[in-house]
Design a protein around this ligand. Structure first.
Ligand code: QV4
Ligand code: CA
Length: 494
């Protein structure tokens, strides 16, 4: 179903990519709940292959060995504890479900898996599920997907050699649903379903139909899991995102690619063109869309979106992009939370795009230490803790349900808009100053800009903006500022 099952007025999900369950539990309690986050997308909890060449790449977790729940993020007990503790403080957990395939064809034979289960990729033998060669699509296709204009290839052949499950089989559907239902019983609120382009909508319909209602300890009786499906549709392929709309939400990758292009001012794009942002740009309907500035794939050149995609590496533009996404009513928003790796671009391709999370010598993932200034240590970036991003997540909660109004632009890269009478944002991405009086739609009063600072009590650590009884206010934003935008909302009124 399409509703994210977040608590009222909590609108955004954060993807804590590769975090350990123990750290996610802490983060829910100490940071996400008090700062208005709605939920967490977690890395795949299922047992995966362990790859040592290259050394424990992040992508090993997208090669399942079984549906046992021990992974690089922790044990089943730790997973359970995390789900419970996050639910207790009002945070929903979404599981990244890898159900299109098992490990790669060249995964070998042995116990090199995250729970130590035996498997044999050559024989397609995964006794811990169990799956055998009967449960794969070999009778339809045994080669890699090469031609994305052939739907049969895309859905029945192997995605980068990953052994493709026969999801039309009742047995396979049953095993996948059993895995997802176990997580539902543990208290998760929904799923990010991986690689949906490579699965037939009819098969997914059947699997979703087998899912239970959510655990009534935390959700109203009869609540169905939230489903958001990864389908990369930038146009021009045989599989369309729209085929999946009735099943759940779908990732809108055009949003990520275009937002980067506009903010980088590539292809003669300008912020003023964002007046029709959303469906007006050929995106899917807002009620179907999941949006993000970047995701774990395209921030390192995997998946789609290309060089325009903004990431923490371009922090100034990244903050503007995040501010825009979170201020705009389009879609359900996902905030990326990354780790730093030794990025090494050669002719635009990152030689180290495989590198896993900060880890110890034995390959285990490091804990996320929190610095006294509330940033994260040990190469964890924690974009979700950046003041500008965190405060815009709160902005989005405050303006939830309000229409976009009072649009203004200078015909170039200076824009502003309000969300009804609850919030207002002004952005200057031009190479000159912004000096203008604008209709904010806000009630009269003095507001604290939540980009340059925070409101605490009746004080403001950032810029103050006074809105007159006619709703108008004067704004100055220099193009040389680190954060050339201002955001005000009902709860930042002094
Ligand atoms: C390679 C070759 C194959 C060859 C094989 C032989 O590419 O042609 O046959 O070796 O051994 C890893 C390696 C990849 C390797 C493969 C199999 O990177 O080089 O194949 O393993 O051993 C992630 C990574 C992939 C990784 C995969 C499994 O991005 O690089 O593959 O995990 O570990 C399309 C899809 C979309 C997908 C996107 C990346 O439509 O669904 O590509 N996105 C999702 C996830 C993504 C994940 C997968 C799907 C697969 O978001 O993270 O891929 O679960 O656009
Ligand atoms: Ca498939």
């Amino acid at each position: 179903q399409h509703n994210p099952n977040t608590k009222p007025n909590r609108t955004s999900i954060v993807h804590l990519f590769e975090w350990r369950w123990a750290d996610i539990a802490e983060e829910c309690e100490r940071y996400l709940a008090p700062n208005g986050y709605g939920g967490v997308q977690i890395s795949p909890p299922s047992e995966s292959i362990v790859v040592t060449n290259p050394w424990h790449p992040w992508w090993q977790r997208y090669q399942p060995i079984s549906y046992n729940l021990c992974s690089r993020s922790g044990t089943e007990e730790e997973l359970k504890d995390m789900i419970t503790r996050c639910n207790k403080v009002g945070l929903s957990i979404y599981v990244d479900a890898v159900i299109n395939h098992m490990c790669g064809a060249s995964g070998g034979e042995g116990n090199h898996s995250s729970c130590g289960s035996y498997f044999n990729a050559n024989k397609e033998d995964f006794p811990s599920v169990p799956y055998s060669s009967w449960d794969f699509n070999d009778n339809k296709c045994r080669t890699d997907i090469e031609n994305y204009s052939d739907v049969f290839q895309v859905r029945d052949c192997r995605l980068v050699s990953l052994l493709d499950l026969a999801l039309e089989k009742d047995y396979v559907r049953g095993k996948v649903a059993e895995y997802m239902n176990k997580l539902i019983d543990m208290g998760v609120a929904g799923f990010r379903v991986d690689a949906c382009k490579h699965m037939w909508p009819g098969d997914l319909h059947n699997v979703y139909g087998r899912l239970k209602s959510l655990n009534t300890t935390w959700f109203l009786p009869g609540t169905k899991p939230f489903i958001y499906q990864e389908v990369i549709d930038l146009g021009g392929e045989s599989v369309k995102a729209s085929e999946y709309f009735e099943l759940g939400r779908v990732t809108e990758f055009k949003h990520s690619a275009k937002l980067g292009t506009v903010i980088r001012k590539w292809d003669k794009e300008k912020l003023s063109y964002l007046k029709s942002w959303g469906e007006g740009w050929g995106f899917m309907p807002s009620q179907k869309a999941m949006v993000f500035v970047d995701n774990h794939d395209n921030q390192r050149g995997h998946g789609a979106g290309g060089a325009s995609v903004l990431t923490f590496w371009d922090s100034r533009l990244y903050k503007i992009a995040s501010g825009l996404m979170l201020a705009h009513p389009y879609g359900v928003t996902i905030v990326m939370s990354s780790y730093r790796w030794d990025r090494h671009l050669v002719n635009g391709k990152d030689q180290n795009d495989w590198m896993g999370p900060p880890s110890n010598a034995n390959g285990s993932t490091k804990a996320v230490p929190i610095n006294p200034d509330s940033t994260c240590g040990d190469k964890w970036i924690c974009e979700h803790r950046w003041r500008q991003i965190r405060n815009m997540v709160i902005f989005r909660n405050v303006v939830n349900g309000q229409p976009l109004s009072n649009w203004w632009d200078n015909g170039n890269n200076q824009i502003a808009f309000s969300r009804g009478s609850k919030g207002f944002i002004v952005i200057n991405n031009d190479d000159c100053e912004l000096n203008v009086m604008l209709d904010t739609g806000l009630p009269v009063g003095t507001y604290c800009d939540v980009i340059s600072g925070d409101k605490s009590g009746d004080r403001c650590t950032g810029k103050r903006v006074s809105v007159g009884s006619d709703g108008r206010a004067t704004f100055h934003i220099s193009h040389t500022e680190e954060d050339p935008f201002i955001a005000l909302h009902a709860d930042s009124k002094l």
